[in-house]
Design a binder for this molecule. Sequence first.
Ligand code: NAP
Length: 265
Amino acid sequence: MFQVDLSGKKGLVMGVANQRSLAWAIAKPLAQAGARLAFSYQGERLKPTLEKLTEELDRPVLLEADVTNDAALDQLFGQVADELGGLDYLVHSIAYAPAATFERPFLHTTRDDWKTAMDVSAYSLVAVAQRAAPLMTPGGSMVTLTYLAAERVVPHYNMMGVAKAALEATVRYLAYDLGPQGVRVNAISAGAVRTIAARSISGFADMYSHAGEQSMLRRNITAEEVGAMGFALLTEQLGGGVTGETLYVDAGFHAIGMFLPREEA
Ligand code: NAP
């Protein structure tokens, strides 16, 4: 019933660091369905990895951009317009907070660390949406990645949790502004997946094993499950009625109000 053919569609995927990245998990089904993709990466060191990853894709476009740099973003979207001639899909899969914010109590968050985490992890969605929206026609769609620590305290997540709360609110306001243009904006709240960004969070191993033991499905989720939901939210045929939403791909973990000791769970 739902054969989705994305031939002629174009997407920009931001935040592929390697084959484990959630952005790559979303890019794969888009490419398999026929979409042509551009990828943006931060720093030349990632280019060889991306070249290797994307070598089987149809004319991939690889572009460098640090999302904290407005001039770099202007250049990126100019290149996307030139190379792809428009945009149907945007994947924003980018976050950063200084390592110290995961290690010390939230109480001791510094002004600089607050600004950095908010800039890279939340404001960047506004900055890219401003530049992506003019390239989109009705049916355009944007997806970002968030985490439960936006609404609940998850030990160690600290400043990144606050930044994710801002990101989720940002999704709603952008969806409101872009709705009249027929462009949708959504977030996927993903369960723990072993990626580079996740592994750099102090306490991630505990988060990962707790979620695997205690989630409703009694397992961790996979990057492919995030990719499938990203595909659904991005494509008009599947996600056309959904915007301004934070959708959980976390094996039901977010909806549990009380955790029993493991042997009873
Ligand atoms: P990842 O593979 O490490 O991806 C994170 C990406 O963000 C990297 O490509 C990184 O580039 C990029 N980035 C950081 N600062 C940037 C900047 N200033 N400009 C441009 N790019 C920048 O890890 P991931 O887990 O897939 O993370 C993707 C998203 O999913 C993040 O928003 C994360 O918070 C979210 N998420 C992850 C999990 C999980 O358990 N993995 C769960 C929920 C939500 P560099 O490598 O160059 O820094």
